[in-house]
Design a protein around this ligand. Structure first.
Ligand SMILES: [Zn+2]
Length: 86
């Protein structure tokens, strides 16, 4: 019998994103989610989200998007804080 994670990995990207988004929504409704800061790798209870788009110069259908979470303080250490407009 296949593991659930293997079944999800086999889904097409659009379907996989829908399934994972729904799973996160359900989890957040039932219990506290602890995010991991992608920079320091510690728990981040009230994180910022960083979005990465690959193949930015190519047509949109060739691009992929992924979101990460981090502490604002950690993000400010790795980028130029004066460029933040938030
Ligand atoms: Zn951090």
């Amino acid at each position: 019998m296949k593991k659930l994670s293997d079944k999800i990995a086999e889904l097409d990207p659009v379907r996989r994103k829908k399934v994972l988004t729904r799973a996160i929504k359900l989890a957040s409704e039932t219990r506290r989610i602890v995010y991991m800061c992608v920079i320091c790798k510690k728990d981040a209870e009230d994180p910022c989200a960083i979005g990465i788009t690959t193949n930015w110069s190519k047509p949109e259908k060739e691009q992929e998007y992924q979101q990460f979470w981090c502490h604002r303080e950690c993000f400010e250490k790795v980028i130029a804080p004066e460029k933040l407009d938030i």
